[in-house]
Design a protein around this ligand. Sequence first.
Ligand code: ADP
Ligand code: MG
Length: 329
Amino acid sequence: MGEFDLIARYFTRPVHRAALGVGDDCALLTPAPGMQLAISSDMLVEGRHFFADVDPGRLGHKALAVNLSDLAACGARPLAFTLALALPRVDEAWLEAFSRGLLALADAHGCELVGGDTTQGPLNICITVFGEVPAGQALLRSGAQPGDDIYVSGTLGDARLALEALLGHIALPPEALTTARLRLEQPSPRVTLGQALRGIASSALDVSDGLLGDLGHILRASGAGACIDTSITMNLIATSAYSISARDQIDTEMLHQCTLAGGDDYELAFTAPVARRAAVAAAAQASGTPVTRIGRVEAEPGLRLVDAQGRPVANRYASFDHFGPTHSG
Ligand code: ADP
Ligand code: MG
């Protein structure tokens, strides 16, 4: 099978929202009047972002999910995406499963595959996603104000827990590993919640490298600091709730590490004025996505951690940085 047969077979579909899809030199999108395009790219590299033997359907899902998560963080509605793919060889079973996982998530979000590039090389997947947001209404990292509440959606730390188990660093009972692994390999981008938070959240981003590190981006962009209650965040891990036996095997330190600095969560972290608590609750309800208040923005720069009694907790939880000193591969 040649390059063009491969594109035609697995990655060419009719488009409805885009003006022109796969097959010409450019795809064409027609933004609706008054809307801005929100654009983001994310690359997944074998051995760095995923194991070589990962289920290809889940990999297709995740490649798009991490991009949709960026649109969610900006409060944008997905429109279209492009797929740049380097493949070591043409493996039809792999391509079939990969494209099925990818396009199922795309269909679920009305996000159309409109173009890309295909080349031979080490497995590498780069997606660029296009969304739309009413002009001036995108949620940004800047905008958090002292006194604002800090929230996070869904659950934290399960993806990291799965990674630790897959690397053999910890032992998880089989059903706990299954739950955690789904969070690692098939995250749900919080697209509906992101849109529901427009006009309510004062700042937002998606948690991809670990809660504390990513919150740091909001705080720096907003020129503020924060206090986070670790007795709340440590309970946001879902795996332990599913399995008491799993919890017994994971010590508190590991729970903090996974929830505060786990990475691969793809939840939204956001801030909102105290006066908007009811509006945040309504947005969470309307989007079917639980949100939890985990702390407060403060004027004093820096990130402070406290326990349930308000006593300081040492912050030794580094987030993932591809080129940073704590990089572990
Ligand atoms: P060009 O030579 O103009 O870059 P290509 O020959 O690489 O175009 O691709 C032909 C068409 O197929 C283009 O419309 C391109 O966007 C699309 N395409 C290539 N690879 C992919 C892919 N992996 N997924 C979706 N569309 C693709
Ligand atoms: Mg090309």
